[in-house]
Ligand binder design. Structure first.
Ligand code: ADP
Ligand code: MG
Length: 263
């Protein structure tokens, strides 16, 4: 199993150009993430968080700067860096098992092995018994579990998660936090996790990077050393979230719509 790799950004900047409109989405950014670190990216809508994830995923080229994973420059997408979204993006015409096995198709493993790996991951995300189910038969939380199993089955070194639990109810989100934390502890993948929820960032992260609005900049890099496992309702989590909220508010321009920030 591959454990997490280190990530390095040097002067990474992104300007989108469409027609005569340009958007400076990300100011020149330096960032070092250690192998196996869980890093949360926190900021209001439009701060360039998703942009940073897309650049690391290799789905968008940086306008300038370099991104390296260990010592290898990122030059395009790779199955070593998987992106997970709020919308689990599963194939509705495939069963749970086929969805999870899908990413393994190009592996050199024999098909029987691929099936076994898929079933193992389905069990690890607590969906044993749902191997033959279709997406429309699953709740939102179950779909995110399938997406997580599909991502981990390919044994990437890095998980890039873009507000993956944003659409879930609070109880389901709590459960998924616990499960993600324990899967991360067991696999030691490097995780970049985007959220606009301050408590979620504190509950999950080893570090929280606070972004300011356009062009997005990292204005604070806060270490969270609270013991794990953590829960959203832990007093210490709430206290650190309150402190972080102040940092975030300072980072927000008075004119910026911060309605999507949740304490
Ligand atoms: P966040 O994820 O923090 O909400 P994004 O990275 O999605 O922010 O967006 C940052 C800025 O870049 C926003 O102003 C957004 O409108 C703009 N943007 C994002 N993607 C594109 C794109 N493909 N083309 C043009 N502008 C974009
Ligand atoms: Mg986004």
């Amino acid at each position: 199993m591959s454990t997490g790799r280190a990530l390095h950004l040097r002067g990474v900047q992104k300007t989108y150009v469409s027609g005569d409109r340009t958007v400076d989405a990300l100011a020149p950014t330096d960032l070092d993430v250690e192998p196996g670190e869980f890093v949360c990216l926190l900021g209001a809508s439009g701060c360039g968080k998703s942009t940073l994830l897309q650049l690391v995923a290799g789905l968008e080229p940086a306008t300038s700067g370099t991104i390296t994973v260990d010592d290898t420059p990122v030059e395009g997408p790779s199955s070593d860096r998987v992106l997970l979204f709020q919308d689990a993006a599963l194939f509705p015409w495939l069963t749970v098992e086929d969805n999870v096995a899908f990413g393994l198709k190009h592996s050199t493993r024999p098909v029987d092995d691929q099936r076994q790996v898929a079933r193992d991951w389905i069990a690890r995300v607590h969906l044993r018994g749902f191997e033959g189910a279709y997406v429309h038969q699953l709740s939102g939380g179950m779909r995110q579990r399938v997406a997580l199993a599909r991502a981990l089955a390919t044994d990437p070194s890095m998980l890039l998660m873009d507000e993956p639990f944003g659409a879930l109810d609070a109880l389901t989100r709590d459960r998924l936090h616990e499960e993600l934390e324990s899967l991360w502890a067991a696999t030691r993948k490097t995780v970049l996790f985007v959220t606009h929820n301050v408590r979620e960032a504190v509950a999950l992260g080893d570090r929280v990077l606070v972004f300011s609005p356009r062009p997005g900049r990292i204005v604070a890099d806060v270490r969270v050393t609270l013991p794990r496992p953590r829960a959203l309702e832990d007093v210490a989590v709430m206290q650190q979230a309150a402190d972080l909220m102040k940092v975030l508010r300072r980072a927000l321009d008075a004119t910026t719509d911060d309605s999507r920030i949740e304490a």
